[in-house]
Design a protein around this ligand. Structure first.
Ligand code: SF4
Length: 704
């Protein structure tokens, strides 16, 4: 037995998973043997979910935040506008929140209070937050930061397959595919242990194809890198489908027996000649042909999309175009092949299934479906008519704050929009216009620093719960130790708030009880968790949803017998290319694209406070091509001002030939002068309401 094959059985400590990304690598936590600090915790990688033990740098250092001097250890309140935050008791803090909520709702109705959740919350917390908003606050104004990272793929999956599960197959299947087309993901940095599935030995004439404007570490390992112009992924997908049609690679039997709508898609694709696509995308004709040949000749092939394809004002159509390509080649629902989306946030999958999204009820039910409302209302013990309707998406919600018809109070759980939302300067203005801002978090994030009341939340090692990883496997988070005395779990915070608002029994504080209730609320829904229990997760190494009853084995592979549509066929969706909302011009002649780096996670609120990670990636930077730098007189390390129509950011230049000459890249983990999201475009996809993070027009200035 190799060290990485050890399981919890032969290890002391608590079996849990990393608190960060959707890979949810298994880890073991144990109190450190008496070292300098008695409160230290040791992390060890743990084999879990059929994967060998492996962690990236973020996982190895995750426990450092548990004893960090920067973690919040007591509630904070701001006695008056302009005053500094000061420590308070829970009674005072919750009383202040309850008074503010009551005042806002008295003046302007239930919708005067809004809630913003996060894709890192456990399933139990996401469920409880949705229930709290609908039954205690009675507000329609709840959404979550998954709008910033997952909603386009979710919408495209729903309209093609009738169901959205990021990967509808175990991730181990990816290693078995002969060819993988990966669109817009740099897993070598964002989730390094995943890379082994992509770079696994592939016996045939296949390989990894990466679509990305940058030659990232992932792209550098690919057999073929399609280095397209930002914002043109949709044109590329149409061009690849064109070649598949013309070269006779369409799986006609599959298309006829398992799909509908190809006749509507074909004429659009036929107008995307390879030469036209080369003009639009910058991807040479020969490379387009090679990509299709590799996919079509593979015995097993997969198309995977991620944020690079999704974070556009046409993100849903872009993902649909890649799904259309996969369908034309007969991949989805075929053993060993398929289409999938790589979810980003820790519980990006489960977080979008249980009711913190503005249009959803638990079980991935629509809040506008009368049957769904009746089912969930029965579980909640409320009148179906009392459940509010659909609310605005996260970006629209943030934009409405403090306006005459907008919410006057906002409760934030597990997200940091001052860093992560598009046009973040505008978000700060909206937050400042509120009567009451309440933030529950582990640390004083940039959003918490603006709040009137800050509620200290427990960290992942201090709570039980479940997460749903990127392959749809529901896994357990086990508590190692209780939180510090004045720190509470989010369930305890929500229960306390509910009590302060006169709803004593609305929210249970026991995660296992909440999970049982979530299972009943999800029963019969698309994401059916009714048959999943804590015991089963522990003994069966996680369970894939849907799992409708206690005897059901879960569903690792979906769509093999049919899709989740009324006629069991997948749907081609006709989509056409359109330019980025903001194309480059004389005033703003360079594309900006944004993303992540290895040592930081999302808004960086946690990882920037881990000394090892802060040392590895201490600040933002502007990555640009030497030829572009030369035109501006910029040298490596010079401070560069990047200016968009929303504002400007300053960060040191990092010169590399691995990026297109018309494009600069900035990571989005930092606040202050280097905040990339000061620049990004809040233009929204019409269906998913996802912002266009991945492309906007900027100009560069050398800072003297
Ligand atoms: S890849 Fe993701 S889940 Fe795994 S250790 Fe790194 S951050 Fe954690």
């Amino acid at each position: 037995m190799k060290p990485w094959d050890r399981t919890l059985v032969d290890m002391p400590g608590v079996a849990t998973h990393c608190p960060y990304c959707a890979l949810q690598c298994g880890m073991e936590l144990r109190p450190a043997p008496a070292k300098a600090r008695p409160d230290q915790v040791e992390v060890a990688p743990r084999a879990a979910g059929g994967r060998r033990a492996a962690l990236c740098q973020k996982g190895w250092t995750a426990a450092e935040l548990l004893s960090s001097p920067e973690r919040l250890r007591t509630p904070l309140v701001r006695p008056s506008r302009g005053a500094a935050l000061r420590p308070a008791t829970w009674g005072e803090a919750l009383g202040m929140v309850a008074t503010g909520i009551a005042r806002a709702q008295e003046q302007s109705g239930p919708g005067a209070v809004a809630v913003l959740g996060g894709g890192g919350l456990t399933n139990e917390k996401a469920y409880a937050l949705g229930k709290f908003a609908r039954t205690v606050l009675r507000t329609p104004n709840i959404d979550y930061n998954g709008r910033f990272c997952m909603s386009s793929a979710a919408a495209a999956g729903n309209r093609a397959f009738g169901l959205d599960r990021g990967l509808p197959f175990p991730m181990a299947d990816i290693a078995e595919a002969d060819t993988v087309l990966l669109v817009g993901s740099n897993v070598a940095e964002t989730m390094p242990p995943f890379l082994r599935f992509l770079t696994a030995e592939r016996p045939g004439d296949g390989g990894l194809i990466v679509v990305d404007p940058r030659r990232t570490e992932t792209a550098a390992r690919a057999r073929l890198h399609l280095q397209l112009t930002p914002g043109t992924d949709l044109a590329l997908a149409l061009g690849l489908l064109h070649i598949a049609i013309v070269e006779g690679y369409v799986d006609r039997e599959y298309v006829e027996s398992r799909t509908t709508g190809f006749a509507d898609v074909r004429p659009i694709a036929m107008t995307y000649w390879p030469e036209r696509v080369e003009r639009l995308t910058g991807v040479p004709v020969a490379e387009q042909h090679e990509a299709v040949r590799l996919l079509a000749h593979a015995g097993r092939a997969m198309v995977l999309t991620a944020r690079g394809a999704e974070q556009h004002a046409k993100g849903v159509d872009t993902v649909s175009a890649f799904v259309n390509l996969a369908l034309a080649l007969g991949l989805p629902g075929t053993p060993g092949s398929g289409y999938g989306c790589l979810t980003g946030q820790g519980n990006g999958q489960g977080g979008r299934e249980h009711g913190q999204k503005s249009d959803q009820l638990p079980g991935y039910r629509s809040i506008e479906d009368p049957d769904a409302r009746a089912h969930v209302a029965a579980v909640w013990g409320v009148d179906p008519d009392s459940i509010p309707g659909r609310g605005p998406s996260a970006t629209e919600l943030l934009d409405a704050l403090g306006r005459p018809e907008g919410p006057r109070a906002l409760l934030v759980f597990g997200t940091n929009p001052v860093v992560s939302a598009p046009a973040a300067g505008r978000v700060e203005e909206r937050l400042a216009s509120l009567d009451l801002l309440v933030v529950a978090d582990l640390v004083l994030s940039e959003t918490a620093a603006l709040a009137d009341v800050v509620l200290p939340s427990a960290q992942w090692a201090e709570e039980d719960g479940t997460m749903t990883n990127l392959e749809g496997r529901v896994i357990r988070r086990h508590r190692l130790r209780p939180p510090p005395a004045q720190v509470r779990t989010d369930l305890e915070i929500l229960a306390g708030l509910a009590r302060a608002l006169g709803h004593d029994a609305a929210i249970d504080t026991d995660p296992e009880v909440v999970f049982g209730e979530l299972g009943r609320a999800s029963a019969g829904g698309v994401a059916d968790y009714a048959g999943i229990s804590y015991d089963r997760i522990d003994t069966e190494d996680g369970l894939f949803w849907p799992c409708p009853d206690a005897d059901h084995p879960g569903t690792p592979r979906m769509f093999l017998d049919g899709f989740a549509t009324p006629d069991r066929r997948a749907r081609f969706v006709p989509v056409d290319h359109r330019p980025a909302v903001e194309d480059i011009d004389a005033a703003y002649p360079v594309y900006l694209t944004t993303g992540r780096v290895r040592a930081q996670y999302q808004s960086g609120a946690q990882t920037r406070r881990v000394p090892t990670l802060a040392a590895a990636a201490p600040r933002a930077f502007v990555e640009l091509h030497p030829a572009l730098a030369e035109r501006h007189g910029i040298e490596d390390g010079d401070d560069v001002r990047v200016v968009s129509r929303r504002g400007s950011a300053v960060a040191p230049a990092r010169l590399t030939e691995s990026i297109r000459v018309d494009t600069v890249f900035m990571p989005f983990h930092w606040s202050g002068a280097g905040r990339a999201n000061t620049l990004t475009n809040p233009a929204l996809d019409p269906t998913s309401r996802m912002p266009e993070f991945k492309v906007c027009a900027v100009r560069l200035e050398l800072v003297a």
